[in-house]
Design a protein around this ligand. Structure first.
Ligand code: BTN
Length: 332
């Protein structure tokens, strides 16, 4: 282990201050070496208190995001088995496509603190400032028909809903986390997470699917233009959790849910769970169908992940276009 990791390890396991002298003696290095490494840890975001005559203390409020921190919390077989972390990237989706070209294995996770060209759905940008959110993309190589691959987006939405419910002790229903079909996560009717899935395929097989996820974890403010529609887990729950812990838990749930999806290439084993979180369930929805808009009542999803909308006593399967939900994000 390099000196910096060893110092971190020691600080982590100590309830009390550790003096600089103690660290020098333990590692047989100079005060300057200790001081330099402590500074470097601070630059990475570790909240280390330094008090004259007492020494150093790692505070619990540290929210450092990097591969090492994620691995501390991780209990998976292969999801996030490889982690590509950089402090800054253009977009984790772009980097994940490159990872595929570099032959990185299924389950490779690309993650960053800040994106300079974060992308949302429908060509929109995804504002990605430093420090309080999660921007990550998972590389998958599912052996499924290309037509079934987009369902994986719903699987991810479900895994994230379970993650937030567990970590933030949220109840079922409107007070808890909900999914706006197909894959936005909302809390108290505001968006907390978006998912952008992209894939490359030929006629009957998938080369890769990449699932890009942006989670508003610890932000405390939003710009004027989005604060009516967006919020963070911290703002809604009052809890500040380490982002690395959120990532690790999401990987665990996703690994299990993805395995279930792969059994049938459908939402068969996950549909019930998904519907429990569905904000649109039995609610009026407006379907923005290119062939003509209409209003109906959402009645859940089918195994393909399509939204079932009841209209004049008939059930319509909505598989494309956008569904706008009454009362969500303040729009009708
Ligand atoms: C949406 O429009 O709701 C989807 C937003 C997806 C944003 C994430 S952030 C990590 C990954 N990299 C990107 O450039 N976009 C996705």
């Amino acid at each position: 282990m390099e000196l910096k990791s060893e110092i971190l390890h020691l600080l982590r396991n100590s309830q009390d201050y550790i003096s600089g002298q103690e660290l020098c003696n333990k590692f047989q290095v100079s005060r300057t070496a200790i001081w330099k490494n402590i500074n470097s840890l601070k630059e990475e975001g570790y909240d280390i208190g330094a008090v004259r005559n007492r020494g150093y203390l790692l505070r619990e409020t540290s929210d450092v995001l990097n591969g090492e921190e994620i691995k501390r919390y991780l209990h998976t077989k292969y999801m996030a088995g490889h982690i590509i972390f950089q402090k800054e990237m253009d977009s984790t989706n772009i980097r994940a496509k490159q990872a595929y070209k570099e032959n990185m294995p299924e389950g490779t996770l690309v993650i960053t603190e800040k994106q300079t060209a974060g992308r949302g759905r429908r060509g929109r940008m995804w504002d990605s400032p430093q420090g309080e959110a999660i921007y990550m993309t998972l590389l998958l190589k599912p052996a499924v028909h290309p037509a079934d691959a987009s369902t994986i987006t719903l699987v991810m939405a479900l895994s994230l809903a379970k993650t937030f419910q567990e970590l933030y002790s949220l109840p079922d229903g409107q007070e808890g986390v909900q999914i706006k079909w197909p894959n936005d996560l909302v809390l108290h009717k505001k968006k907390i997470t978006g998912i952008l899935t992209e894939m490359s395929a030929d006629m009957d097989s998938i080369h890769f699917a990449i699932i890009g996820v942006g989670i508003n974890v610890n932000m405390t403010e939003f710009s004027e233009d989005i604060k009516e529609k967006a919020t963070s887990l911290r703002l809604e729950t009052g809890l500040t959790l380490p982002r690395a812990k959120v990532v690790a838990k999401a990987m665990e749930y996703f690994e299990a849910d993805y395995e279930k999806f792969m059994e049938s290439h459908t939402m068969k084993g996950l549909k019930e769970d998904y519907e429990k979180f569905l904000v649109n369930m039995d609610a009026s929805v407006r379907v923005l169908d290119p062939k003509g808009e209409y209003t109906g009542i959402a009645r859940g999803i089918n195994e393909k992940g399509e939204l079932l909308v009841e209209r004049d006593g008939e059930i319509i399967q909505v598989y494309s276009g956008e569904v706008s939900v009454r009362g969500i994000y303040g729009y009708v």
